[in-house]
Design a protein around this ligand. Structure first.
Ligand code: NAD
Length: 290
């Protein structure tokens, strides 16, 4: 069994780290939220003083943080992972962040002989609890093969989709599909209700057809029961879409092709709002894309 450092014990990180404990791994944890740290301590984890301390006591360091700036701070900042990690150890960043930042962080780690995989997840809190997440990975094949047993404790599938950053590119593709799907399901059920048809019957009628989807099956029953408890913070959803825009902007400048979603966002009022959010969340000072 491995000695694993786990940094970021939020909605996702808390159940993921508990599953690693259940699988028999030794865990050293750290988070700004002392309540979450105490919960993990009670479950059997050791507590690290800082990301540096966690990294110095582990061979594998997993991060599950909100976005790119937090990953940069925790991994590369003062008292960060890079200051404590041993040569040959491996950082597995499971946060959903900008692919370019994954590449940037991996280059800085490589200079110290530290390996990295980017391994964001899909499935939300229920699948994090069940240990059935879908894990999308970028990095070297040998590093991926080494971490597969760890992924198995947290997910039902782990697929290497390319070099470092490819995991987060895959996650962004996932988020485009999920975000558009959630919006479509919401609008469809509201439209049916306003037009006088029972939305529950609409759901039953369409779920086996072409409109059927995992999002429809997961979200429609909650909407019908008027249960709107958040499982994913809306600012994280906005962050993912802002990362889609940022990645698209950088990619389209190379291939001169505008994705329809990007074209729509550019034309809509949402652009200004998304651009400013993107800049705020990524810490970028770049002006709005044209
Ligand atoms: P969260 O906000 O609940 O948890 C993030 C944790 O990171 C918090 O406990 C916070 O205290 C900690 N943290 C932040 N900065 C820190 C620092 N400098 N040092 C130590 N700890 C720090 O977020 P979450 O919902 O668990 O999501 C984590 C990541 O997983 C995000 O990138 C998100 O987009 C992604 N994700 C979330 C879901 C979901 O349904 N919640 C699903 C798939 C992927």
């Amino acid at each position: 069994m491995s000695t694993i450092g786990f940094i970021g014990l939020g909605i996702m990180g808390l159940p993921m780290s508990k599953n690693l404990l259940k699988a028999g791994h030794k865990l050293i944890v750290c988070d700004l939220n002392k309540v979450a740290v105490e919960e993990l301590k009670q479950a059997g984890a050791e507590v690290g003083e800082s990301p540096r301390d966690v990294a110095s006591r582990a061979d594998i360091i997993i991060t599950m943080l909100p976005n790119s700036p937090q990953v940069k701070t925790v991994v590369l900042g003062k008292n960060g992972v890079i200051e404590g990690a041993k040569k040959g150890s491996i950082v597995v960043d499971m946060s959903s962040i900008a692919p370019l930042v994954s590449r940037e962080v991996s280059v800085a780690l490589a200079e110290k002989g530290i390996r990295m995989l980017d391994a964001p997840v899909s499935g939300g809190q229920p699948k994090a609890i069940d240990g059935t997440l879908s894990i999308m990975v970028g990095g070297e094949q040998a590093d991926f093969d080494e971490i597969v047993p760890i992924f198995k404790a947290m997910g039902s599938s782990a697929v290497l989709t390319g070099a470092i950053g490819a995991g987060n590119v895959t996650k962004l593709a996932n988020q485009i599909i999920v975000a558009v799907n959630i919006a479509a399901v919401s609008e469809a059920l509201v439209m049916a209700t306003k037009a006088g048809v029972d939305p529950e019957l609409v759901f039953k009628a369409i779920r086996g057809g072409l409109a059927g989807s995992t999002v429809l099956d997961a979200k429609a029953p909650l909407m019908l029961d008027r249960k709107f408890n958040p499982g994913f913070r809306i600012n994280l959803h906005i962050k993912d879409l802002a990362n889609v825009l940022e990645t698209t902007i950088r990619s389209v400048s190379r291939c001169h092709y505008l994705l329809p979603l990007w074209r729509y966002c550019r034309r809509s009022r949402w652009t200004a709002w998304a651009s400013s959010t993107m800049e705020r969340l990524s810490g970028s000072t770049r002006s709005s894309p044209r």
